[in-house]
Ligand binder design. Structure first.
Ligand SMILES: Cc1cc2nc3c(=O)[nH]c(=O)nc-3n(C[C@H](O)[C@H](O)[C@H](O)COP(=O)(O)OP(=O)(O)OC[C@H]3O[C@@H](n4cnc5c(N)ncnc54)[C@H](O)[C@@H]3O)c2cc1C
Length: 487
């Protein structure tokens, strides 16, 4: 009889782990507290509109290819991908924006138009960024974070200065224009920390952005979730929804013996949790936890977010599928997230209009709009604050893009700090885990395997390699490799 693995949660990391474990012959059962699978990448459907509730940017297509290739499959076996061109638009003022093309030569020309010699500066910067991508994505992020030695190779030794300087330093050195600096700093926001706290080595995110491009899976990120679930089921994984794990039961051997779901105990041989790390440990007795409350309090969490899913009765003009609104101070908003946590006075925001690319996500002639304001984790979250900030961004959207939007709103649904806590048991209501600062990278992140409970493993964005969908796929591979090696 094959050995059984129980997986908590059905985010990308859990599904990835489940696939690898099932392929290795384990009998895998996944228990998800919510009614829908996919974790933070669930879908909200209303009146014929479909919204990705979490991730909307499909970057690093090679990581997805590598994942499916491990099962002799291709992404195209499960979903259709399209490269977005232009990739995105960044607004700086009224009718004043920069479009980032899907062609690197065009991007260089755009940079040159903003600042003389910026094309050459970008070429130099991306040369380094590509090298970093090779080292990071082909090797480093596939290390399990067990030891500092994993980071030591002939490639990384030479790059030590890039771990001391930051993306902010490099952007400042290479470009004078504040606009170009913001375009260079923007991708590392996905790592959850300020560009001035993020090592320059992470410029591989810029290579992913400007060189590898922004892609769109038809039907949205939900299609990727569905594809991975289909693969998991083909491999024999069984999914259970509405299955909230309320307790992890351990025995005197320091092993998990069961999990409690709806007051019923289910026996466990091996347990992998893809739920938020701090939450998973809170389901056990204190003496079985690796990390104390004080440990978590000190960690730099990735931001939370205020999101709106809005159905509009018309097509929106002057925006692209991905549109960023950087018309206010980047630094002031970053301070409100990281230095003095508070609702930002003037928020930056991001808007996605997937129905520009994909007619299947909104009724004909209408637009599906997603708005996101990054926020410090654990902020006060009230209906009044959500409404206040909705009005701020709609006013700005109308003003910057020169059109009336309000009267076309059919419905809006908000999502914020408290929802992240209620729906995902998210620590402090973080949206995408724990930031990848220098001191929270690789072997310095929470471990994939418990040192206190013998058969307990962790995966997902709070452990290695970190936040984002591609890292979540990798995290699932790392935890399954470790589990297989140990059993
Ligand atoms: C608003 C937003 C925008 C983002 N944008 C992007 C983007 O554009 N591109 C990108 O690459 N990444 C993006 N990310 C990050 C990316 O979505 C995440 O890093 C990734 O989806 C995390 O996957 P995970 O498996 O680690 O965790 P999760 O998706 O959080 O999965 C954990 C699962 O565990 C379940 N769970 C928790 N507690 C229990 C319990 N007690 N019992 C049973 N189940 C439980 C939860 O319900 C959840 O389903 C975004 C995230 C958010 C929130």
């Amino acid at each position: 009889m094959s050995e059984k693995v129980t997986v908590i949660g059905s985010g990308f990391a859990s599904i990835s782990a489940a696939c690898y474990l099932a392929k290795s012959g384990y009998e895998v059962n996944v228990y998800e507290k919510n009614a829908q699978l996919g974790g933070r990448a669930r879908q909200f459907v209303n009146q014929g509109f479909k919204f990705d509730m979490g991730p909307t940017w499909y970057w690093m297509p090679d990581v997805f290819e590598r994942f499916f290739d491990d099962f002799d499959r291709k992404p195209s076996d499960y979903y259709d991908l399209e490269r977005l061109g232009p990739a995105y638009r960044v607004y700086f003022d009224q009718d004043d924006y920069i479009d980032i093309s899907d062609d690197l030569e065009e991007i260089k020309q755009t940079f040159e138009q903003v600042e003389p010699n910026a094309a050459e500066a970008l070429s130099q910067f991306l040369k380094k960024a590509e090298k970093n991508y090779e080292v990071a994505i082909k090797d480093l992020v596939y290390q399990p974070g067990l030891s500092p030695l994993e980071l030591v190779s002939k490639d990384t030794i030479l790059e030590v200065p890039q771990f001391i300087s930051t993306i902010h330093d490099v952007a400042k050195k290479k470009f004078k224009s504040p606009r170009l600096r913001q375009i260079i700093e923007f991708p590392v926001l996905f790592l959850g920390a300020k560009p001035s706290m993020t090592p320059a080595f992470y410029s591989f995110m810029n290579f992913a952005d400007l060189s590898l491009g922004t892609w769109y899976p038809k039907g949205g990120m939900k299609s990727v979730v569905d594809g991975m679930i289909q693969l998991a089921e083909e491999l024999g994984v069984i999914f259970h929804m509405n299955a909230n794990v309320s307790k992890i039961v351990t025995n005197s051997d320091q092993k998990v013996s069961g999990i409690i779901i709806n007051d019923k105990e289910f026996p466990v041989n091996l347990l992998v949790s893809g739920a938020d790390y701090a939450h998973t440990e809170s389901l056990m007795l204190k003496e079985n936890r690796m990390y104390s409350d004080a440990y978590w309090k000190k960690k730099v969490m990735a931001p939370s977010s205020l999101l709106f899913y809005v159905g509009l009765d018309k097509k929106v003009k002057n925006v692209l599928h991905h549109t960023l609104f950087f018309d206010v101070s980047f630094d002031d908003h970053a301070k409100a997230i990281y230095d003095n946590p508070a609702w930002p006075k003037e928020p930056l925001f991001y808007a996605s209009f997937p129905s520009i690319t994909d007619e299947s996500v909104a009724p004909e002639g209408k637009e599906a709009a997603i708005f996101l304001i990054p926020l410090a984790p654990d902020l006060e979250d009230t209906k009044a604050l959500r409404e206040q900030y909705f009005n701020i961004i709609i006013d700005r959207l109308e003003n910057l893009t020169g059109q009336e939007i309000r009267s076309s709103i059919i419905f809006k649904e908000s999502y914020c700090v408290q929802d992240f806590k209620d729906d995902y048991n998210s620590f402090k209501g973080n949206a995408y885990g724990m930031a990848n600062t220098l001191m929270q990278t690789a072997f310095l992140r929470p471990k994939l395997k418990s040192k206190k409970v013998k058969n307990l493993y962790f995966t997902g964005q709070l452990t290695v390699p970190g936040p984002g969908v591609p890292p979540a796929l990798i995290s699932g591979k790392l935890v399954s490799d470790l589990l297989i090696k140990n059993n």
